[in-house]
Design a protein around this ligand. Structure first.
Ligand code: FES
Length: 570
């Protein structure tokens, strides 16, 4: 076998190798642990502040067992854990920070290949981005979704039902006691959100990209299949090191095309757009916002999962999981794409079976014909904006309405339930200064809740436009990721109350019906919002973050910096 990278630390008889081995032996490793066998890093995002990963201490033991069985040396290390439910001002602010941690931890250590333990929304992209910039063999093991929520005899979904319940409370249709009872019924086991939110979407994206073993996306966190898959992934990683099978060989353009098509078929989260563009950027793969529209446009959504549909991830697993979805849309896929399994994607899904055509519907009877993400352009979003048709109201897909403008999310919160707010069912809600630089970190606030007075009238959706993101579990006719964002003077910054706006999703257009002269005049008087930054990471982020259409990566992180062995430390 060729000399492995880890031998640059552990091989030989000199002082340096003595130091590297001797200190490692303090945890009981015998001499033969350093005999040239593959050293497999296990990148663990366990944290008690990331509840979606609370079972990772146990799950990594299965990965380690697999590595040992295949003759490797497993070494677990912690990295920044991007938990969605607790991190403020938004976990997205830290995705890039976490990716830097992952990249530098892999490169700086005696590691030949790495198992990436992902789960909650931002962890999957941050781990893959960091690993891609290093380009050592890497495989993703997801933590898996929670069991389905159960409340009053019916299934309830993470996030999706929170938004619904909270609107029902505001509309007087649900009591505070019932709301509290639902809180105890939603999160029933370890695991990440069990709707097709961003976590389940990104686990599916990792699988569609070929970065996981088949079936990884859907097994519940507490299913023994999950532990088995972790063990098999550990074994497989050892072989990947032997074969030098690296992310750059897997994450090629055809893999991204597959991911876009799968995202449409599963009704995936809008957040996948930003994460996949950022991931492609780390490897220099040409993959743009327009590719999302081009390759996703004719893909029907066939998975009937919340928030677009009815079921949850547990049902998805029992129906056959992602391989069954991919087999249903096999005619749309790039079957030659490589996978971590060592076989092509076409070979990997050949034996998949759909056990429940109610959950995974046939292409001939889809949930939505237009499943891809619509990329909108126009004078309000010169560099693009997106909308998820499967989560939107069909009647609002072509709509003209007057803007009700909120300058910040605080402005929105302060005025949304003011009885004097001039808003009706035809209005278009516009939210500014929630983009990558403006928030900062591009918060998931784009699916602004409707004003109480409209909810009480039975209105359940309005067109909403912002430079923010929205939770993958959310729904509505919501235009997101408007670029350039308001905080850097994008046209969104110049919208005023009462302006007419025209949304035309079939034509992929978003227009502010104000003359160019008037827009130019408003720009003369525009001043950028001030940031009260006190240095630290947030200042660096605001200074260097790219816009949404470029993946909101930090400009200096774009690209692959490889895994050359760094110079000796002593
Ligand atoms: Fe972690 Fe939803 S909060 S996946």
């Amino acid at each position: 076998m060729r000399k492995l990278r880890s031998q640059s630390w552990f091989g030989g008889l000199g002082k340096d190798a003595f130091i590297h081995r001797s200190w490692m032996k303090n945890n009981g490793l015998p001499d033969d642990a350093f005999d040239g066998r593959p050293v497999i890093g296990i990148c663990n995002t366990f944290s008690e502040l990331t509840p979606c990963h609370i079972h990772f201490r146990g799950l990594v033991e299965h990965v380690k067992a697999g590595v040992l069985e295949a003759g490797g040396l497993p070494l677990e290390f912690p990295v920044f854990s991007c938990g969605e439910s607790n991190l403020r001002p938004t976990a997205m602010l830290f995705r890039n920070l976490a990716s830097m941690d992952v990249e530098e931890a892999i490169r700086g250590n005696p590691i030949d290949g790495v198992v990436l333990m992902a789960g909650c929304d931002k962890t999957t992209p941050s781990l893959m981005m960091g690993a891609a910039s290093c380009d050592l063999p890497a495989i993703v093991v997801s933590g898996g979704p929670m069991l389905n929520g159960r409340y009053q005899g019916r299934a309830i979904g993470s996030g999706t039902d929170v938004w619904k319940f909270s609107e029902q409370v505001r509309a007087g249709e649900m009591t505070a006691e019932e709301f509290a009872a639902a809180e105890n019924a939603m999160s029933r086991s370890p695991g990440h959100c069990m709707t097709m939110g961003t976590a389940s979407t990104m686990a599916s994206m990792a699988e569609a990209l070929g970065m996981t073993l088949p079936g990884n996306a859907a097994y519940p966190a507490v299913d023994a299949h999950r532990n088995r898959l972790a063990r098999l992934s550990g074994r497989r990683m050892v072989q990947m090191v032997m074969d030098d099978l690296r992310p750059s060989a897997i994450l090629q353009k055809n893999a991204f095309i597959n991911a876009v098509r799968v995202a449409g078929a599963i009704g995936g989260s809008t957040n996948a757009v930003i994460h996949l563009i950022a991931l492609a950027g780390r490897l220099g793969v040409p993959f743009t916002l327009d590719d999302w529209d081009r390759y996703g446009r004719d893909v029907p959504t066939i998975l009937d999962l919340m928030p677009s549909g009815r079921f949850l991830m547990e049902d998805f697993c029992y129906a056959g999981g992602l391989p069954a979805v991919m087999k249903e849309i096999a005619h749309l896929l790039e079957k030659d794409a490589k996978t971590v399994s060592g076989i092509t994607m076409g070979e990997q899904i050949a034996t998949a079976h759909n056990y429940n055509p109610e959950v995974i519907r046939p292409v001939s009877n889809p949930l939505t014909q237009d499943g891809g993400l619509a990329v909108l352009r126009g004078n309000l979003a010169p560099n693009g904006a997106i909308l998820k048709p499967s989560a939107a109201t069909p009647a609002l897909m072509v709509h003209r309405g007057r803007a009700v403008v909120f300058e910040t999310i605080e402005d929105y919160k302060a005025r949304i339930d003011d009885p004097a707010l001039e808003i009706d069912e035809h209005s278009i809600m516009v939210l500014k200064n929630c983009g990558p630089k403006g928030y900062p970190g591009m918060a998931e606030v784009g699916n602004m809740a409707l004003p109480k007075k409209l909810l009480e009238k039975g209105v359940r959706d309005l067109v909403r436009i912002s430079d923010a993101r929205m939770s993958g579990t959310a729904f509505g006719t919501v235009v997101l990721h408007v670029a350039p964002e308001a905080a850097i003077g994008g046209p969104l910054a110049l919208v005023k109350d009462g302006d007419w706006i025209e949304l035309n999703v079939p034509a992929r257009s978003l227009q502010l019906m104000v003359s160019d002269e008037e827009i130019a005049a408003r720009r003369q008087h525009w001043t950028p919002p001030s940031h009260e930054m006190k240095g630290g990471y947030q200042s660096l982020y605001v200074e260097r973050v790219l816009q949404a259409d470029q993946g909101a990566d930090l400009d200096f992180l774009v690209g692959c910096r490889g895994h050359a062995v760094p110079r000796e430390s002593h």
